[in-house]
Design a protein. Structure first.
Length: 156
């Protein structure tokens, strides 16, 4: 029999439920969901990146095969909107801090690491004729950078 470790199981070993709980409490977020928790959201994002899922709908359709609970695709969007970005920022800092020195150096993160968010702003076709988007709409993409400083390290 082959033994294997899935990515969510590996993440569970690196970041325990207690670590995740302390991060959410430190940020002031209280998770009220019983089935689609912050842990499930993190596992969903990990699997989506690993398997290159096309959309939340596609991810919700195949999630059961990867050990995630059954949920509607809109649940992912609602949960991602509800959870403060600070939770993910501290989670990332915690994972990096648990890496040994050689691994951290090999990752070669720049000293001023930033989180990048981009949002598409759509308007009527006549307002921005130089930026066609979809059919009768025009659009531009706004990008913002949020610094991820060393001061934001997660504490356990």
């Amino acid at each position: 029999m082959h033994k294997h470790t899935t990515l969510p199981n590996l993440m569970q070993k690196i970041v325990s439920d207690e670590d995740l709980q302390s991060i959410t409490e430190a940020v002031g977020y209280h998770d009220t969901s019983r089935t689609f928790t912050v842990r499930t959201l993190v596992d969903f994002f990990l699997l989506a990146a690993l398997h290159e899922w096309k959309s939340f709908r596609h991810g919700a359709d195949v999630a059961k095969m990867y050990g995630l609970p059954t949920f509607h695709y809109s649940t992912v969007s609602k949960k991602a909107k509800e959870v403060p970005y600070e939770v993910m920022k501290r989670l990332f800092a915690l994972v990096v801090s648990k890496c040994n020195r050689q691994t951290r150096r090999s990752l070669r993160f720049p000293k001023a690491l930033r989180i990048v968010d981009s949002t598409t702003v759509t308007v009527g076709k006549n307002r921005l004729t130089w930026a066609p988007y979809h059919g009768e709409r025009s659009g531009v993409k706004c990008t913002s950078r949020i610094p991820l400083s060393n001061k934001c390290r997660a504490t356990s």
